[in-house]
Structure formats: structure tokens, C-alpha cells
Design a protein around this ligand. Structure first.
Ligand code: MG
Ligand code: MG
Ligand code: MG
Length: 305
């Protein structure tokens, strides 16, 4: 029986490429694994897979009775609904430890670095397994995406070193140019509905029994969305009702200006104002220097609940 490897809901490039790279490594080590995904891939991920000839992992949203490895998350709210009926063999991640527990011992590779694919690169190195050229290119792109081309405060020396080594294997000289092309693809919003935008990189968290949703759009220029702020806020209100959330946040992250416009719909917005020591105006506030949800948003919101 095969073991399934997948990342979080609303999968980003790290979740998809991480499933592919970890599955390749595990299979080289003699296990029988299949990379899967919990949702549709993003335009950015499609760009990476096309560039390096990668295959879209199969969709799998139910895992009862299966053996699984998790990549890029350990929060129950980001797992398949029946995750507690699966056997979790391992977790490879770079987020805060979530609320998933297991009934059997597991393999854990969790490090406070910029990307799950950096952790997987270290696993390849520690097992002495060679990374194929195209896989190296995909892993490199995942790291450049998660670290926002090294600008994110989550980025470490381990990540920059991994990118340089992977670029060499992939035969790519100007990896920053490739990363910019990738972010331009990621920034496209033409034809996307407010719901498409609000679910593009959406994560749910349970904070002391309270449900919080946080979406992030990383763009090279967030001003193109200015005419759509009201429409985005209206849809956030709908999502908040539909999912029974206390608070929904949308971060419009400008990777060139290096900050995020925070949009907030909440039962008690004063908690969010307190978290960031700021005042919302028309449900919005600019947070200068904020690029990372996991390091600059969640750690400040969580203590308010
Ligand atoms: Mg991710
Ligand atoms: Mg990641
Ligand atoms: Mg991200």
C-alpha cells in the first residue's frame, strides 16, 4: 500500500513541490510513496511545473485508513477532514507546531527556516541522495517563492545556500530573474473574482478555540487592487459567515514596497488593532515591513485569543 505525501489546503508552491520532492527522496530510500494535493494548484505553481517538466500531483482530499507524510503544515484546520483516521508517518515543515497529534511515533523534520523545500534539501544531503536537475529547479523556485526572493524575515543562510546549490544543479545562472518572472505570474489578478483572490493563499487557524482565517496575496504591485478593496471586504464578510470565523484577515503584500496592507473583518477588531499596535481605517491599515504571515502576523494575533 502506497503512502501519500501532501501539503496544506489552498496549496502553495512549497506544498506542491514539497510533496513531489519528498516523495522522490522517500522512493529513492525504498519506500512506496505518491505525491498528492488537497486543492487546485496556483498559477505560480503551474509556471514552475511547466518550466521544469513537473507533473501535477493527483488530488486527494480524504485519507482515512491511509499512511501519510505531511509537508509544510501541522495544523488540523489545514488537513483533510478525516486526518485523525490516517496514520501520520512524518511531518516536514517550517511553521509553528500545529495541533495535530499522533497515536504512533513519527519522523519529524521541523526547522525555523524559510521553506519546507530547504528542509527537504537538507534531508537529501543527509541521506546522500542526488537531486535530479529538474527537481532541483523546482525546489529552488519553491524556496525563492516562500522567502520572497530572500526578502522575507523567515529567510536564513540555510535557504540562500540551498538556492545557490540547487541553481547550480539545475544549471540556472540568473535565478533572481526567474524568481521575478515567477512573482509576476503570481501577481496576475485580471479576471479573478473576489472569492478567487480571498482563497488564493488562505489558511485557517484555531486560536484557543476561536477560528481565524488569514489570506495572503504576494504581488509586485498591490495598487492594481485599489479599486477592488470594497468588493474584497464584502466577500470577506461572506466568508466569515460561511466558515463561522471570529476574524478574517487579508494581507495584500507588496514585495517591492516591502510591506502589507491588512484588510480586516472581525467580531472584535480591537484585538487586531492591539496585535499590531495600530488603528484600522475603513477596515484597513498599512503594515510597513510585514512580509511574513508565519513570523510577523500569526505570532501577534494568536496571543489576543
Ligand atoms: Mg505553504
Ligand atoms: Mg512553506
Ligand atoms: Mg507563503
Amino acid at each position: 500500500m502506497s503512502t501519500y505525501i501532501f501539503g496544506h489546503t489552498s496549496p502553495d508552491s512549497d506544498s506542491i513541490i514539497g510533496a513531489i520532492s519528498l516523495s522522490y527522496l522517500k522512493n529513492q530510500l525504498g519506500e512506496d510513496t505518491i505525491p498528492t494535493r488537497q486543492g487546485e494548484i496556483s498559477a505560480e505553481t503551474e509556471f514552475i511545473l511547466n518550466k521544469f517538466g513537473g507533473k501535477v500531483p493527483e488530488l486527494k482530499t480524504s485519507v482515512a485508513g491511509e499512511k501519510v507524510y505531511l509537508v509544510d503544515f501541522s495544523d488540523k484546520a489545514q488537513a483533510p477532514k478525516d486526518i485523525m483516521e490516517a496514520t501520520i508517518l512524518g511531518i516536514v515543515d517550517h511553521h509553528k507546531l500545529g495541533d495535530l497529534t499522533t497515536s504512533t511515533p513519527l519522523e519529524c523534520w521541523i526547522r525555523p527556516i524559510g521553506c519546507s523545500n530547504t528542509v527537504i534539501k537538507e534531508m537529501f544531503d543527509s541521506y546522500g541522495v542526488e537531486i535530479p536537475k529538474d527537481l532541483a529547479g523546482m525546489m529552488m523556485c519553491a524556496i525563492l517563492s516562500d522567502t520572497v526572493i530572500f526578502k522575507s524575515p523567515t529567510c536564513t543562510k540555510v535557504d540562500t545556500k540551498a538556492v545557490k546549490e540547487l541553481a547550480k544543479i539545475a544549471g540556472i545562472e540568473d535565478y533572481k530573474k526567474l524568481a521575478m518572472d515567477m512573482f509576476i505570474v503570481k501577481s496576475a489578478v485580471d479576471g479573478a473574482s473576489a472569492r478567487d483572490l480571498n482563497t488564493r493563499d488562505y489558511k485557517q487557524f484555531e486560536m484557543n478555540g476561536t477560528k481565524i482565517g488569514v489570506n495572503q496575496l504576494e504581488m509586485v504591485d498591490i495598487s492594481v487592487l485599489e479599486p477592488r478593496h470594497d468588493e474584497i471586504l464584502e466577500d470577506m464578510k461572506k466568508m466569515k459567515e460561511e466558515e463561522g470565523l471570529h476574524t478574517i484577515l487579508v494581507l495584500l503584500t507588496d514585495i517591492m514596497k516591502e510591506g502589507s496592507l491588512l484588510l480586516c473583518v472581525s467580531d472584535d477588531a480591537s484585538k487586531i488593532e492591539k496585535a499590531f499596535d495600530t488603528k484600522l481605517e475603513n477596515n484597513k491599515v498599512w503594515l510597513d515591513g510585514v512580509l511574513s504571515r508565519k513570523k510577523q502576523v500569526i505570532p501577534f494575533v494568536q496571543p489576543q485569543f
